[in-house]
Design a protein around this ligand. Sequence first.
Ligand code: ZN
Ligand code: ZN
Length: 428
Amino acid sequence: MNPYNKGQLLWSFCAHEVWCRIVPNPYALTRAKPVKYDFLAEAQALAAHAVNLRRDFHRHPELAFQERRTAQVIAEELSNLGLEVQTGLAKTGVVAILEGAHDGPTIGYRADMDALPIREETGLDFTSVHDGVMHACGHDGHMAIALTVARWLADHRHALHGRVKFIFQPGEEGAGGALAMLREGALDNPAPDVLLGLHLWQPLPLGRVGLAEGAIMSGSSTFRIVVKGRGGHAAMPHTTVDPVACSGQLITALHTIVGRRMDAMAGAVVLSVTGLRTSSYAHNIIPEQVEIIGTFRTFNAYTSEMLEQHVRDVSRSVCESVGCTAEVTVRHLTIPVVNDRQVVRTLRQTFAQFLGEDALDADGRTMASEDVAYMLEDVRGAYFLLGCSNANLVYGHHHPRFDIDERALPLGVALMLAAIGHYVLEER
Ligand SMILES: [Zn+2]
Ligand SMILES: [Zn+2]
């Protein structure tokens, strides 16, 4: 049960194995730097703030590049904390710099802002007020965690050796927000030395963290195949070139590419046909053409190019075999999210102090995609997955009943503070 659903601010961390385990000696492991702060306790003290922010964002979701209210809330919050705030990047993006009292490196922290075109069915008290729009991916939580981190760091500016650059990015859900932010200089002046970010992750239970060196999330591509035949009367199919029958064969052939054309040792690959549309829709008409759409995901550019070629070859040969033609369009949407090995090792060591090694997935990779990939191509850094489900929260990302266990919010704050703190906080 989510303790906030009853309006209680009672923390039930001790009911959770992970939180209990850290209490006796949270810094049992050795660490490169001396530790002064108990980030779990610090984050717990700000938990209500994070939850309030998340619920406010959740109640007011906005689609890609329309995040105007969202941007306003973020900008106001950060201005009130004394940060230097820049708005209007890529329409609705916000970048803010927290300058420390001492010199040091620049750490970037990226959070995404957009919601999805989904009609919410959670029944939560703070359900979306915008019909057909919902924060169903956890981006409401990402913004709440980042703003809470900003609040703590702003209060500890005196101990900061360097600066933290907060990058709130619009339009992550396939809308190209990261590239738009890059084009408008979000990672320039100053360029971060290290870029960090997290995604609340439903497949992982609360208390677990997915971290991986190298690629952690796949690159994503889409394909669209227009199968053209010659339509006609359904009672006389021999007078037509039937694109529907052809599409049936083609879908089967496409789904055998991964298992039969790709090297099983070549790494994780997935291909899914996700939609089918006929040019006419009636019992007695064989349509003129059929449109097939789908996606494929890979962890490297070479595999992605191989898959594209296979999709083209299979489409052409299956269609030719029955007299149809295939028009194939492939779009590469995002590249894989590739983490810097050294930064991941640093995070792993830092997080293990909180959660123990057991809570960290040794290979927390996923076939899902994230356009933070383009930022991590420019700047070394790491993106990690933070477990946010429990036994009662079974609906996945992008589902109308998706929800998070809000205890993940202070945990995310603690992890990000520890990660940023490793680079810019010294015990003084
Ligand atoms: Zn999403
Ligand atoms: Zn997302």
